[in-house]
Design a protein around this ligand. Structure first.
Ligand SMILES: CC(=O)N[C@H]1[C@@H](OP(=O)(O)OP(=O)(O)OC[C@H]2O[C@@H](n3ccc(=O)[nH]c3=O)[C@H](O)[C@@H]2O)O[C@H](CO)[C@@H](O)[C@@H]1O
Ligand SMILES: C=C(OP(=O)(O)O)C(=O)O
Length: 416
């Protein structure tokens, strides 16, 4: 099994790093390609393990997928199956995003119930509630969710929590429902906007994406088009934290400043200088970051997908910081690993109370999930000695070429 080795205290990171297309935008967009009764071309799809899994799911349903670099050419004219195989859904929760498109196209869908994962139990009740509101009959049998719909009719759906996945799945189903669907308390993440833009480019009628009320007027059919996925704000944020934790000077290209405002605000509070230019952000770190309090929230709040990286940063910041996780109930697995590296962190219910230390110490650690893995690389950059990170398949789920991108900034990092 390969591991990542990071030699710490190798100096401030410097240079330029280019951000790839957003995993969390690409995955729902690939699922939405099932709605098109023809060929759609999607550019800037990141070459990631999760994306490969979604490709497998689409192919198992009968879509023809051709990949040319970062471009996906998907022909969904003839879908041959309404069943997403357990082997693929088990690998990636986002596979469940094909349920809305399948119900819309084939009027039936059978998807294995996605399990929980390291960060929480992650139920799908809100997705199902939305499907039912639009006329679907849902049954759960032998670990499989079976959905059927005879009359797909728009309706008002109120989400108890602004779930990203539920908003996406319901929005995709509603594009082909009769009449209007209104999703209230919808998620407003940039990835929702990207999905809505993609669907609209195929002829869907969606208004309000990016706000908490999304209105969708159903259409009969979606048609071929070409679309470019937005840059990954979480990947960008991870390199921004790398600049700050090492006191470096990093130019991040291919990113959207507005999507990163909550992260930028916190890094500035930590003492970093942040400069915006067209599609680029330059981040200059202080000698030692200043501790801050962080609370994760749905967009436009601080993203939970940046919480582990921020926790790593605050582990070496001056003073005491409190990080509160409100989105997932179990997203502090990285804390035990950081503690193995000499971090002083106590968990108090949904908060991590962090007493910043002057220096971390390298240790063998495990990536318990994707962003936890990123946090351990960041910690490794400033730890004394060589940090050995195992379980790196989690990191491959969401970061394109992470070792070479860090090397390009001067980090001493190897994968072997
Ligand atoms: C592929 C993708 O885009 N993944 C992102 C997506 O995940 P995902 O779409 O799974 O996250 P959600 O926004 O749905 O989950 C947020 C919270 O709502 C709860 N919930 C969700 C659905 C439901 O039916 N019932 C329910 O209770 C979840 O357990 C969680 O506590 O948004 C998360 C929150 O920004 C991010 O961390 C993930 O990186
Ligand atoms: C939690 C994440 O992804 P997923 O929802 O696919 O598990 C993430 O990207 O940090």
């Amino acid at each position: 099994m390969e591991k990542i080795y990071v030699t710490g205290k190798s100096g401030p990171l410097q240079g330029t790093v280019k951000v790839s297309g957003a995993k969390n935008a690409a995955l729902p967009i690939l699922a939405a390609a099932l709605l098109c009764k023809g060929t759609t071309i999607i550019d800037e799809v990141p070459q990631l393990e999760d994306v490969n899994v979604m490709r497998g799911v689409l192919e198992s349903l009968g879509a023809k997928v051709k990949v040319e670099g970062d471009t996906y050419i998907i022909d969904s004219s003839n879908l041959t199956s309404s069943t997403a195989p357990y082997e693929l859904v088990r690998k990636m929760r986002a596979s469940f995003l094909v349920m809305g498109p399948l119900l819309a196209r084939l009027k039936e869908a059978n998807i294995s119930m996605p399990g929980g994962c390291a960060i929480g139990t992650r139920p799908i009740d809100l997705h199902l509630k939305g499907f039912q509101a639009l006329g679907a009959k849902i049954q759960t049998d032998h670990g499989c969710i079976e959905g059927r719909v005879d009359n797909l009719v728009g309706n008002r759906v109120y989400l108890d929590f602004p779930s990203v996945g539920a908003t996406e799945n319901i929005m995709m189903l509603a594009t082909m429902a009769e009449g209007q669907t209104i999703i209230e308390n919808a998620a407003a993440e940039p990835e929702i906007v990207d999905l809505a833009n993609y669907l609209n480019s195929m002829g869907a009628k969606i208004r309000g994406a990016g706000t908490n009320v999304i209105k969708i007027t159903g259409v009969k059919e979606l048609t071929s088009n070409r679309y470019t996925v937005i840059p990954d704000r979480i990947e960008a944020g991870t390199y921004m934290v790398a600049a700050v934790i090492t006191g470096g000077d990093v130019l991040i290209t291919n990113c959207i400043y507005d999507h990163l405002k909550p992260v930028i605000a916190k890094l500035q509070e930590c003492g970093a200088k942040v400069f915006e230019d067209e599609n680029t952000i330059r981040v200059i770190g202080n000698n030692r970051p200043i501790g801050v309090d962080v609370k994760t929230l749905p967009y436009p709040g601080f993203p939970t997908d940046m919480q582990p990286q921020m926790t790593a940063l605050l582990a070496v910041a001056e003073g005491t910081s409190v990080v509160t996780e409100t989105v997932f109930e179990n997203r502090f697995m990285h804390v035990d690993e950081l503690k193995r590296m000499n971090a002083k962190i106590k968990i108090r219910e949904r908060s991590a109370v962090i007493t910043g230390v002057e220096s971390l110490k390298a240790a063998p650690v495990y990536a318990t999930d994707l962003r936890a893995g990123a946090a351990l690389i960041l910690a490794g950059l400033v730890a004394e000695g060589v940090t050995e990170i195992g379980n790196i398949h989690h990191i491959d789920r969401g970061y394109v070429d992470i070792v070479n991108k860090f090397k390009g900034l001067g980090a001493k990092i190897e994968r072997k």
